[in-house]
Design a protein around this ligand. Structure first.
Ligand SMILES: [Zn+2]
Length: 347
């Protein structure tokens, strides 16, 4: 009997190893740590990529009494897999919950690696978008179609480079891009399996985790994650440390929705891109930018210029003291979005 039990345990362990290995995605190899876990509170970490693996967005890791919650899971199955591997350096508690702040590829394309028992929580719009055809969207297409060319260019530059240090740097870039491309090929966009429309609260021991939808903004379904006791908020791309992508945004409403963010009680922001910050004035700066970009693009549209031309002419340099802006012009994808909203092509 004893031998049978031991045999069964060994067999189960063996099977578990096989299952884990068969799930391991392509493109996970990298040198050194892929993430820097910046501890902001006891059990609360902001995970920022080191550059040794393509992860693109940041994630946050909340270690509770008995489990772990991950907020956003990066750009690929490989990036999410490596995140889980490196989270094991923080804790051996299981990841039970993932929260997607929004549907964009750099925040939700790791969803597929999680066991079906893991709750993946997102706004109902996020589910709708990930159930649709997210890889056909211009934002993702723009990202993926450029990759073979980038790989080709890197290979040529490596062949021509004489300086050993510069050559090694390019080789790392090539490895990162090739691994990312290999992982993208295995992509199966996976929607949240739990949705909310306005608010949801999770309770874990003494910690309360509030998931809040504050109105349309960066997309029609961004949520923020508030830890009221820790006074920390995870904002995804609803508020970053710089300029968020505007391809699926509602710039005018976004400025208003950010007003609701200001009403929440927090001291520290863990954004989807850039480093954590405490300066709440960044919300005002970004609101001012959004209002100006909307007004200026609308004004140019009324004069009859094309969206392409408006993208070159919209001048937001007066915000350069507060935001990373060097020269006149906005991304064409932002101008097109504003034109589409003004034309009623998107509602
Ligand atoms: Zn992002």
């Amino acid at each position: 009997m004893k031998r049978l039990i031991v045999g069964s345990v060994v067999c189960t362990l063996f099977l578990a190893t096989i299952v884990a290995q068969s799930r391991k995605p392509a493109g996970t190899s990298h040198d050194g740590d892929a993430f820097r876990f910046n501890k902001v509170r006891e059990g609360v970490y902001h995970a920022v990529g080191t550059g040794s693996l393509a992860v693109v967005g940041n994630s946050s890791v909340i270690v509770n009494d008995n489990d772990v919650i991950i907020v956003d899971d990066h750009v690929s199955p490989a990036a999410a897999w490596v995140l889980l591997e490196e989270v094991k350096t923080l804790t051996n508690k299981p990841v039970t919950t993932v929260i997607n702040t929004h549907f964009h590829f750099d925040h939700a394309h790791g969803n597929q690696i999680f066991d079906p028992t893991v709750q993946i929580i997102g706004h109902e719009f996020t589910r709708q978008m990930l159930l649709g055809n997210p890889t056909a969207m211009p934002l993702y297409q723009g990202y993926i179609t450029g990759m073979p060319g980038q790989i080709e260019t890197l290979r040529k530059r490596i062949a021509d480079e004489k300086d050993p240090a510069a050559k090694a740097k390019l080789q790392t870039q090539l490895q990162v891009t090739e691994n990312n491309y290999a992982s993208q090929k295995e992509l199966k966009p996976t929607p949240p399996n739990v949705t909310l429309s306005t608010q949801m609260t999770l309770f874990r021991g003494n910690r309360e985790i509030q998931i809040r939808y504050l109105g349309r903004g960066h997309t029609a379904g961004d949520v923020v994650v508030l830890l009221p006791k820790d006074r920390v908020v995870m904002t995804g791309d609803f508020l970053t440390s710089g300029l968020s992508n505007m391809s699926d945004s509602y710039p005018e409403e976004w400025a208003t929705s950010l007003e609701a963010l200001k009403k929440l009680e927090f001291d520290t922001v863990l954004p989807g891109h850039g480093e954590a910050f405490t300066d709440k004035a960044k919300i005002d700066y970004f609101q001012a930018y959004l209002r100006d970009v909307w007004a200026e693009t609308s004004r140019l549209k009324k004069t009859g210029v094309s969206a392409e031309e408006a993208a070159k002419r919209v001048d937001m340099t007066k915000h350069k003291g507060q935001l990373p802006i060097q020269t006149a012009g906005i991304p064409p994808i932002a101008a097109t979005r504003i034109y589409d909203l003004l034309d009623g092509k998107v509602k």
